[in-house]
Design a protein around this ligand. Structure first.
Ligand SMILES: [Zn+2]
Length: 246
């Protein structure tokens, strides 16, 4: 169960985007667990501190998003932060991608990409072909592409936070959790849902969107090439989470 703790001034319309995102992820993962005392509060789910405030104007950093405190027993997040620059959010709203950016970044707060290394879920780190080795995601990847061997290709380009923290864009295209926002629909695949099972969540596969691998032609039409593109999602800093004893 995700609870949002809004700090600063945020419009009702922007809060609604965060709320809708939390509701979507609540339908994907089951984050209810035994009550835990964190900083004087008794928490039974994940609390995300959310804010949109001036940081450094358009471009520069988009903000920071990620887990800030993990339960020692399960290693799953109990607290997280999503803080964004007002100037960038205004532009994302104009482009129509604000809601998908929030949905994408909330996945990182839940642990997508941010807790993979800690959980030993990455193989061939630092090579041209790093893979996510969780068993559930591997099963779903095999259903998408039976011929490629067992593990899921993850981002092999981009800076820290992008590389090895997303699905590989040139293969998965417009899927919500590649390192770039591409296409118009940005489906959340069963493979993404499975990756949360690999982190230790209970998940609901019926919450996934229909997804098939795009063809090379479809990738090209989405503007996905080897060339480095403008990457909003790369400009998000990740906090380093602390461990909370249970
Ligand atoms: Zn990301």
């Amino acid at each position: 169960m995700i609870t949002l703790d809004f700090t600063g001034n945020m419009s009702a319309a922007r809060r609604a985007v965060f709320e809708a995102s939390a509701q979507r992820w609540d339908g994907v993962v089951n984050t209810g667990f035994d009550p835990l005392d964190v900083d004087g509060d008794t928490l039974t789910g994940l609390v995300i501190e959310a804010s949109i405030e001036p940081i450094d104007g358009a471009a520069g950093v988009l903000g920071q998003a990620g887990p800030t405190a993990l339960r020692e027993d399960t290693g799953l997040p109990v607290k997280g932060v999503m803080q964004f620059d007002d100037a960038d959010i205004t532009r994302l709203e104009a482009e129509g991608s604000f809601a998908d950016v929030i949905l994408h970044e909330m996945a990182h707060v839940l642990g997508f990409g941010t807790l993979w290394s800690l959980n030993g879920l990455i193989a061939a780190s630092g090579t041209n072909d790093p893979r996510f080795i969780g068993a559930a995601a591997a099963r779903e990847f095999a259903a998408l592409l039976p011929d490629d061997g067992p593990f899921v290709p993850i981002a092999n380009t981009g800076g820290a936070g992008t590389r090895e923290g997303h699905w590989r864009e040139l293969i998965f295209g417009d899927e919500l959790l590649t390192g770039f926002l591409s296409g118009a629909d940005r489906p959340l695949s069963r493979m993404s849902v499975a990756s949360f099972e690999d982190l230790g969540y209970e998940v609901d596969y019926t919450s996934a969107d229909p997804f098939v691998l795009p063809s090379f032609q479809q990738l090209a039409l989405m503007g996905i090439t080897e060339a480095v593109r403008i990457c909003d999602l790369c400009r998000v800093d990740r906090p380093i989470p602390r461990m909370v004893p249970c």
